[in-house]
Write a protein that binds this ligand. Structure first.
Ligand code: COA
Length: 338
């Protein structure tokens, strides 16, 4: 290397050295702030816990039976109860931006690593990422099911498809538990639905390439194609809700109001519901077909009855939960409009 080359490297190294020095200073400040943040989080958490415990005690004292109150005192008690409730819900809001210990399920799967998302923006981003993950996997399973239905009939490729579904539903269960940990109101049934789907996919994975498997295979592939299509519709509904929620929170899109959001949600629901109910009828039909196959003279596998039972459970759970959600939403809308 020439002399001028070495000098240039020396100069650049010395400049980088100065930059490195400021980087180290800033890193030290960062570490100090991180420590401060942790101790602030712990302090806030202990204060919130203390407040919540005290409010509980105060409320039970005010609710104690046998208190002989005059009209004026009763007004005071009611006012106190209202204020305590308000503070309690403010405390709840505070806890949303503080790290929480993992649920037992998450602790077993992930260990003690914290999965608390501390800002609303982080929570929405995680939810968006979860919806995109479902969209991508729905597209992959859609293509896979079309190929298996129309072009490929090899048991080991079917096994790869079933295995992909096992992995997909296991991942969904974990992601949904993280979402619920961070305040999502996902109904318990949808998580149970994915547990049952794991068991169903495992049952299909280990079902031998028998007469009954061959008799059910085409119907299952058709069902998978249809379900992936419905999942795409669900993605457009959920991502539309998320976009509007984010815009409402940030107040960045002035065209979006709470009423506008409700109107959009109802239009989305009216569009998606017929497709959802058709999925449930398909699930019921799968259960019927499998129970019929379990009486086939050449049926020797327990998987036939087991898969039939799971399809039946999925039908009952999905049908009742979706109907309940729609009824609840219409009741709330009716009360609001009154
Ligand atoms: N899976 C995962 N999360 C779901 C969900 C589902 N099936 N249904 C609702 N959620 C989530 C929502 O995103 C929302 O999350 P958030 O609290 O983080 O914002 C929360 O649960 C509450 O949603 P809710 O108000 O009860 O319903 P919604 O308006 O979001 O959706 C339906 C209503 C009916 C469209 C939706 O529940 C649905 O698609 N159900 C059918 C699912 C199904 O049958 N799957 C199997 C066949 S494809």
């Amino acid at each position: 290397m020439e002399n001028t080359g070495i000098t240039r490297v020396e100069e650049e190294f010395s400049n980088l050295g100065k930059e490195f020095h400021t980087l180290k200073e800033e890193h030290e400040i960062y570490l100090k702030k991180l420590e401060e943040l942790k101790s602030l989080q712990a302090r806030c958490m202990s204060k919130v816990n203390h407040q919540q415990k005290r409010y509980k005690l105060l409320l039970s004292a005010l609710n104690r039976k046998g208190l002989d109150l005059s009209g004026e005192d009763q007004v005071k008690v009611n006012e106190l109860k209202k204020n305590i409730q308000k503070n309690k819900s403010d405390c709840q809001e505070v806890t949303e931006s503080l790290p929480k210990p993992n649920s037992t399920f998450l602790s077993v799967i992930l260990g003690r690593v914290s999965v608390s998302l501390l800002t609303r923006a982080d929570r929405l981003s995680y939810k968006e990422e979860y919806e995109r993950f479902k969209l991508n996997l729905s597209l992959i399973t859609q293509i896979f099911a079309i190929l298996l239905y129309g072009f490929i009939e090899l048991r080991f490729i079917d096994a790869i498809f079933h295995f992909l579904l096992v992995w997909y539903y296991c991942t969904l269960v974990i992601r949904e538990s993280i979402l619920r940990h961070n305040g999502s109101r996902i109904k318990g049934w949808w998580v149970t639905h994915h547990y049952l789907s794991v068991v169903l996919s495992l049952t299909l994975l280990i079902w031998p390439d028998s007469v009954t498997y061959k008799l059910f295979r085409s119907q299952f592939m058709m069902f998978s194609m249809y379900m992936s299509f419905v999942q795409l519709l669900q993605y457009y509904y959920q991502s539309g809700c998320l976009y509007r929620l984010r815009a409402l929170g940030e107040k960045r899109d002035m065209d979006i109001t709470v009423e506008g959001f409700q109107r959009w949600m109802w239009r989305g629901l009216q569009f998606i519901l017929p497709f959802l109910y058709l999925t449930y009828i398909f699930q019921l039909y799968n259960a019927y077909k499998l129970f019929e196959l379990s009486r086939h003279p050449q049926c020797e596998e327990w998987m036939v009855g087991a898969a039939g039972t799971i399809f039946l459970l999925l039908f009952i759970g999905n049908f009742t939960t979706t109907s309940r959600v729609v009824l609840e939403k219409s009741r709330k809308a009716f009360v609001k409009n009154k």
